[in-house]
Write a protein that binds this ligand. Structure first.
Ligand code: CP3
Length: 346
């Protein structure tokens, strides 16, 4: 393999919009309940406890790479993990998501949050080093939750449909909102810095729930904080991916916040997304995760359509529009990887 053909080079080059021999592919939530070996390894271990065990993190991160031969691994962790290290009592309840014991609803609660000390994340650094060594060349993606998405869990106390308390705080007490988001931006930035220092090849900032906001509110209440995280890594030498669900109307500001790659869900064709982000920004996505339940010829047609729609983008990393659904047949994911490589070969 020549230097530009190593998996690291292919994935990182695509993120930077440079020429690649084929389109690289990985899947959000590729480590998880769709894999029987994951369910077995996680048995009896709480989610956040699993994230604190470097040996287990390494094994869970590698499982989908061995099985599907994807072009990138994503660190097994969670966006709420650093919250536990700044004084938040948070747990991940199976089938529900993150639950916060004492939701943050006022200035006094914001003031109680502590700064994130990097040494509190020694187990993350160790997990990254171990995993990078085991991956022998396949790039590892580090990640963090963006301020809005983290704030939504803290203010609501758990998953939400309308984010009404979160939005109420934004509108009623903008100063409290901005103080909370500044703190969360620092936390996310520190979490990412620890991962970069330990050897990840790229980072993804997950603003999963930002699509609930209008563009004007996103620009006013959220973008400066996400920009603080992304711009804080502009000299880190790794591509920055910025993803949210239902963000078809936010792709331009999400790119402007300082992303090298914008992740797009299945609702927006990549051809429109390419126009929205402008030249110089790559795209990631965007196969409908539920399309993987279709018979193979339908899956194949959908994969080819995504590749075609990405044609005008600066660079393209193939992915799903959101995470792998737990009921997905893992063999279909393996076939998708092979198809993406074959159909995009140039
Ligand atoms: O393979 C990977 O993608 C890497 C690991 C990863 C996890 N969480 C592991 C996990 C990543 C990148 C995340 C990010 C994350 N966590 C996000 C952003 C991505 C997205 O989905 O939009 C969000 C919103 C969270 C918060 C969170 N954690 C949710 C909503 C859930 C699901 C709850 C459920 O059980 O349905 C979790 C738990 C979680 N994080 C699981 C995994 C593999 C499932 C828990 C389990 O297997 O017991």
């Amino acid at each position: 393999m020549s230097a530009s053909n190593t998996p690291e080079a292919v994935f990182v080059r695509a993120c930077r919009g440079q020429a690649v021999p084929y389109t690289p592919v990985w899947f959000m939530r590729q480590a998880g309940r769709s894999l029987p070996e994951y369910r077995k390894a996680r048995e009896g271990i709480a989610m956040l406890d699993a994230c604190r065990r470097p040996d287990l993190v390494c094994e869970l991160t590698l499982q989908p790479v061995r099985r599907h031969v994807v072009d990138a691994a994503i660190l097994f962790s969670d966006i709420v993990l650093p919250l536990a290290e700044i004084g938040v009592k948070v747990e991940i309840v199976a089938g529900v998501g993150p639950v916060v014991a004492e939701p943050i609803r006022d200035e006094a609660a914001v003031a109680k949050l502590r700064p994130l000390l990097p040494e509190r994340l020694d187990y993350v650094a160790e997990a990254v080093r171990l995993t990078v060594a085991e991956l022998s060349g396949t790039p590892l993606i580090g990640f963090a939750g963006a301020p809005f998405t983290l704030a939504s869990y803290l203010v609501e106390g758990g998953p939400s449909r309308q984010y009404e308390r979160t939005k109420a705080m934004m509108y009623r007490w903008p100063d409290v909102w901005h103080a909370l988001c500044s703190q969360l931006a620092e936390t996310a930035l520190e979490f990412l810095r620890v991962q970069v220092a330990a050897g990840v090849s790229a980072v993804q900032l997950f603003d999963s729930w930002a699509g609930a906001l209008s563009e004007a509110d996103y620009r006013r209440f959220v973008m400066p904080h996400s920009a603080h995280v992304l711009r804080g890594l502009s000299d880190a030498g790794v591509p920055r991916i910025h993803f949210g669900l239902g963000t078809g109307h936010l792709l331009a500001p999400m790119a402007q916040a300082g992303a090298d790659v914008v992740g797009v869900d299945w609702r927006t064709p990549l051809s429109s997304a390419a126009q929205a982000v402008g030249s110089g920004v790559a795209l990631q996505g965007n196969l409908e995760p539920a399309a993987l339940f279709a018979p193979w010829p339908v899956v194949e047609a959908e994969v080819r359509r995504v590749l075609e729609e990405a044609g005008t983008a600066t660079g393209h990393v193939f992915n799903l529009g959101h995470g792998v659904l737990p009921e997905t047949d893992p063999d279909v994911l393996t076939r998708v990887v092979a198809l993406v490589h074959e159909a995009s070969a140039r």
